[in-house]
Ligand binder design. Structure first.
Ligand SMILES: [Zn+2]
Length: 124
């Protein structure tokens, strides 16, 4: 069994805080020492949807181990998936709902492309 990976991060209110990082955490390379302990966040690698060099959606596993929030969709001690620019942290059911909504949207885009091709006199 491997030892849990730990990290020590400076905070503005509790000084240096040592905590275990979940296996999926990508580390804390951009940690700001002025961060409050309650705002410490583990984050996994981002999964981006980009088109024409623009990020349309970005999602990543997150967990705030010292969070005091119990408000759904705002993250907390329970891991979730943070979605930008939605600005929400989703549970598995909500994330599957988002994926289903994107599937439907992709179908609408294909229909619109068909319509445009017909308008432009194409064969599609
Ligand atoms: Zn971490």
């Amino acid at each position: 069994m491997t030892e849990p990976r730990t990290i020590t991060l400076p905070t503005s209110d509790y000084g240096s805080v040592t905590l275990p990082c979940p296996a999926w955490c990508a580390g804390h390379p951009l940690h700001d020492p002025e961060t409050l302990r309650v705002d410490l966040v583990h984050a996994g690698p981002a999964v981006d949807c980009t088109f024409l060099s623009q990020t349309l959606l970005s999602a990543e596993l997150v967990q705030s181990p010292f969070s005091e929030s119990t408000t759904p969709l705002l993250g907390g001690r329970t891991p979730g998936v943070s979605v930008y620019p939605l600005g929400s942290t989703l549970d598995p059911v909500a994330l599957y709902g988002l994926a289903a909504g994107l599937d439907s949207y992709a179908d609408q885009l294909r229909s619109l492309a068909d319509q445009l091709a017909a308008v432009l006199g194409g064969d599609r």
